[in-house]
Design a protein around this ligand. Structure first.
Ligand SMILES: C[S@@+](CC[C@H](N)C(=O)[O-])C[C@H]1O[C@@H](n2cnc3c(N)ncnc32)[C@H](O)[C@@H]1O
Length: 275
């Protein structure tokens, strides 16, 4: 019997390699998550990126790290909003889309292949904003990811992220005897979809971990960042069929969006402590 608080360990790097291959394959098969940005979205980039106004309406000149955000969408949008952009992602296929789209649009930003848990190529306090679309589900342990984010953010800098809710990854995609049922213990990997299976809620062939709220919210707080706002984007649709995202989202909100800030005194405090 699995112990929910002790998820099984995979060899170091194996999960990352599998997710890299899965995303490379998704690019080849033109999965919807690999669709680059559209001209309409680019026309008003901040409206597309920041419906809640968490970024304050003007990010011109900001140094922005788009973390685990390849695919020719996030990079071009932040660039079009006037930021100096770096995109980091583990999948060469997703980053190739960034190269294509930036060349087509004449946009210039840095593109780096790497793992979100290892940001040693960046200085302390380098970024005004780390923008992190859904992807913490792809690493078994998110604590080192949050530690690196807090390190590369400048004091007072923002961390805006979206995550799959624990229950989204714990529950069945289909109804079982008329109900969505919990099938994955918290902290463990959810059932993978195989190639050809489709869902708006899980990506084929990836390994995705149902991180607890303690790991997500507590993990951000334990780095010293402060959470300023949280939202649960509403994807419910009253008319949709059972087993669809619209139907399931009436019961389980799929995502958690979080605005956090590194304390303005962080660097000073570190300098006093470390000399
Ligand atoms: C949902 S996509 C986000 C990008 C998408 N184009 C968007 O605009 O929302 C998740 C991304 O996480 C990346 N990824 C998965 N595991 C990663 C890891 N360990 N380090 C860095 N990126 C990772 C995938 O390659 C993929 O591009």
């Amino acid at each position: 019997m699995d112990n929910p608080s002790n998820p099984p360990k995979a060899p170091r790097g194996a999960v990352e390699a599998r997710n890299r291959q899965a995303y490379d394959r998704m690019v080849q098969t033109k999965h919807f998550l690999t669709q680059p940005v559209s001209t309409e979205e680019l026309a008003n980039p901040l409206a597309t990126l920041d419906a809640k106004g968490w970024l304050g309406g003007n990010i011109r000149g900001w140094n922005v790290l788009c973390l685990a955000a390849g695919g020719g969408r996030q990079g071009p949008l932040y660039c079009a909003a006037g930021a100096n952009v770096t995109v980091l992602d583990i999948s060469p296929g997703m980053l190739q889309l960034d190269r294509q789209v930036s060349a087509q649009l004449g946009l210039n930003y840095k593109i780096i292949q790497g793992d979100m848990a290892e940001l040693s190529m960046f200085q302390h306090d380098e970024f005004d904003l780390v923008a992190h679309p859904v992807s913490t589900c792809y690493v078994p342990n998110i604590e080192p990811v949050f530690a690196e984010i807090a390190r590369v953010l400048r004091p007072g800098g923002l961390y805006v992220s979206q995550h799959k809710q624990p229950m989204n990854l714990q529950a069945s995609l289909e109804l079982v005897q008329g109900r969505y049922v919990i099938e994955t213990p918290v902290g463990h990997a959810a059932k993978s979809l195989s190639i050809g299976q489709s869902s708006l809620l899980r990506e084929p062939e990836t390994v995705e971990f149902a991180h607890s709220l303690d790991a997500i919210l507590g993990g951000i707080c334990r780095t010293g960042m402060s959470i300023e706002a949280i939202s649960e984007p509403d994807h419910a649709n009253l008319d949709s069929e059972p087993g669809t995202m619209g139907h399931r989202s009436r019961f389980i909100r799929p995502y958690l969006r979080i605005k956090a800030r590194k304390s303005a005194g962080s660097t000073k405090a570190r300098k006093i402590l470390l000399g």
